[in-house]
Design a protein around this ligand. Structure first.
Ligand code: FE2
Length: 422
């Protein structure tokens, strides 16, 4: 073996396991592996997992918070307005520089697969070009999918459709949309139909920003479900945000659950942005503005968690931690039950792999690419509670990130004691 990780815990399995890696592939996963390797890591009974996945990120906007101004209202609309002003001064180099920096943060936080959106509404398309170059530059460390994302809508300006087509030719892998941002409901329906037709033409996946509003009349997700069935794209489509669902009446929501299940749509919820952007017009009481995560899961619909923003006009904080996103969703989606904490962990790993259609290359199993993370945590609850460090991040059998957790010493009655919150 080239590398052996010993005494690791694995999710949903009892006991401890040794994990052997050869030529960048998992070659053995068993207790007390007899083989030896030049490099061995003692996992010390910590949890070994496949890498985290961020299925929804805007890499072209990261680290732009405050430029040219802060989003004082906290609304999606002011965020889009600020981003529009920022785009006037953006350069390909500045996008790449910010994306590179954040990708390093994501790696250190154990994320090795990313789906990023790239704004296609500026005629220069430098956002798309920049992220295509970023994808290529990082291909040995991180797998990146790029969504052609019409931030300002398809039918709000004359050339938006052509720019989407051009974005695919440049290298976008997934087709996006933003129906709730079109001027009329009819245009919103056309926005969704356009995305599916373009995806079919180029054999792409679909991932649409849909119903990202508190408006309970925003129901474009049902159009997505219908289009998925019409184009027979079950499993290849993601509905991002779908926050209006929070405010739907319960009769419609129940009908919708059945439709979503039948269409095999994946739902991506984004706790950071959704919690600050949605239901801003409520006054009091304030609703929470998330998709109905627990109901969707109960109905057998695949739901995963995205980070969405990292320090941009829509969300001013963030450090690229999927564990932190799961921690937040636990609170805002009322998912504190014991089995729900395991579900939250699924939503930043396996569920996202399903959404990105990368399951064949994902997981700690013999024959799959040796991508994994050893957490500074014994189980999922500890990892989400502590937002644990990633002690080792391994890509194709090579250690690409190592973290030494902070040491805290308290002194009581002249005696020192180390505290790690475990
Ligand atoms: Fe988004």
């Amino acid at each position: 073996m080239d590398l052996i990780i010993r005494r690791a815990k694995l999710r949903k399995k009892n006991g401890l396991f040794d994990i052997g890696i050869k030529n960048g592939i998992f070659a053995a996963v068993e207790p007390n592996l007899e083989a030896t390797a030049v490099h061995e890591i003692n996992a010390l009974e910590n949890l070994a997992i496949p890498p985290f996945i961020d299925p929804h990120l805007h890499l072209d906007a990261v680290l732009t918070v405050g430029n040219p101004r802060y989003n004082e209202s906290g609304t999606l609309l002011e965020g889009i307005e600020i981003w529009g002003d920022h785009k006037a001064s953006v350069t390909k180099e500045s996008i790449k520089k910010n994306a590179d920096k954040v990708i390093k943060w994501l790696i250190a936080n154990g994320t090795l697969k990313i789906r990023t959106h790239a704004d296609t509404t500026d005629p220069s398309l430098i956002t798309v070009e920049a992220l295509v170059e970023v994808k290529k530059a990082w291909r040995n460390q991180v797998d990146i999918q790029i969504v052609a994302f019409p931030q300002d809508g398809i039918f709000t300006r004359p050339d938006s459709a052509k720019l989407m087509q051009r974005a695919v030719e440049i290298g976008a892998d997934v087709i996006g949309g933003i129906p709730h941002h079109e001027i009329t409901s009819q245009d919103g329906i056309k926005d969704v139909e356009f995305a599916f037709e373009l995806a079919r033409k180029h054999n792409c996946l679909v991932d649409i920003h849909v119903d990202e509003t508190g408006d309970d009349q925003s129901r474009f997700i049902e159009v997505m479900a219908k289009q998925t069935l019409v184009h027979e794209m079950q499993g290849q489509v993601a509905a991002s945000h779908a926050t209006a669902m929070h405010n739907y009446n319960n009769d419609y929501a129940l009908k919708l659950m059945g439709i979503l299940k039948r269409s095999g749509i994946n739902v991506i919820t984004n706790p950071f942005d959704n919690s600050v952007l949605q239901n801003r017009t409520d006054g009091y009481p304030r609703k929470r503005g998330h998709a109905r995560v627990d109901e969707l899961l109960t109905h057998g619909i695949n739901v995963c968690i995205g980070h969405d923003s990292i320090m941009d006009p829509w969300y001013p904080l963030g450090k690229g931690s999927m564990l932190q996103a799961a921690n937040l969703l636990l609170h805002t989606a009322h998912m504190s039950g014991y089995h729900q904490i395991s579900q939250l962990f699924d939503m930043i790993t396996d569920h996202s792999a399903k959404t990105l259609c990368v399951e064949d290359d994902y997981g700690i199993q013999i024959g799959k690419p040796a991508d994994m993370v050893i957490l500074d945590a014994r189980d999922e609850m500890q990892a989400i509670r502590l937002i644990s460090e990633c002690l080792y991040v391994i890509r194709r059998g090579a250690i690409i990130s190592q973290t030494t957790p902070a040491k805290r010493k308290i002194t009581l009655n002249g005696r020192q004691e180390c505290i790690d919150f475990k």
